[in-house]
Design a protein around this ligand. Sequence first.
Ligand SMILES: Cc1ncc(COP(=O)(O)O)c(C=O)c1O
Length: 320
Amino acid sequence: MHSSDPAPVARRSEPPTSSSPRAAGEDPLLRAVGETPLIPLRRIVDGAGFELWAKAEFLNPTGSVKDRAALEIVREGRSNGLFGSGRVLLDASSGNTAVAYAFLGARLGFGVELCVPRNANPDRIARLAAYGAATVFTDPAEGTDGAQREARRRAAERPDRYWYPDQYNHPANPLAHFRHTGPEIWRQTAGRVTHFVAGVGTGGTISGTGRFLKEQRPDVTVVAVEPDGPIHGLEGLKHLPTALRPGTYDARVVDRTIRMETERALEMRRRLAAEEGLIVGASSGAAVVAAAEVGRSNPGSIVVTVLPDGERSVPSDRDP
Ligand SMILES: Cc1ncc(COP(=O)(O)O)c(C=O)c1O
């Protein structure tokens, strides 16, 4: 247990599996996926009557939460022999899943092709090339919906060439969080978590983690964070009312949705760097603003959120 985790109390029930993503990896490097620290955000909360904790997902091997889903999806594909005929993994992504797949392809030795909006983070795009993955750029105006449509079109055209797992609809995506992220949070808070707040991209994180936590304790409140409109600067998040609805988003698990303005998320991102020592992406800022809002209106709560990714470059006022 991380030294700053809350004091342990008896666990209410066991997670559905004892294997962590670390144990699941055949390769020692893949064992670095998951089991991220749960860190307190004390200065952001500043004496208010609740606790705020965040999963440091930027510590995954490629620097984002998406290593979890990509690993679970690839493991499933490998165990079902879907790479056996030398097929190439094809999927759409806003950037982080693409990097996670590209890393896994380089590490495990399979071909990867990604459909990515042309305005994706340049650092992510550079890393795809470094890992040797093929990249198909799609219209930035269509966001990840356009990338999904392109991946679908390619997969339908060449089913012999591609394995298209479709992270937006693949059950292994939320399952990664049901099996690992949820149990980790439950263990790391010693079952004290009262609220779980997470941004929605594919919905895998919120649906899988939220379902696990609610199975342990039905009164855990699950809060989704979405951008406040279709045009936004919160990379990795989707405005569901106007987007292709991902099959991996389970609305039954979500009690409430907070719609976040990009500007507030970016302001929090600056605070996270200066006050908490965390250089993270815009979606982390959005999650923390929402989590703090939830905590303030629920005195005594133990709020847990997710910091989906980090940044190598310093956040600037001009971002995104
Ligand atoms: C930066 C970032 N934040 C949040 C998310 C949302 O995670 P999920 O797809 O599990 O909903 C993503 C997903 O791509 C992301 O890249």
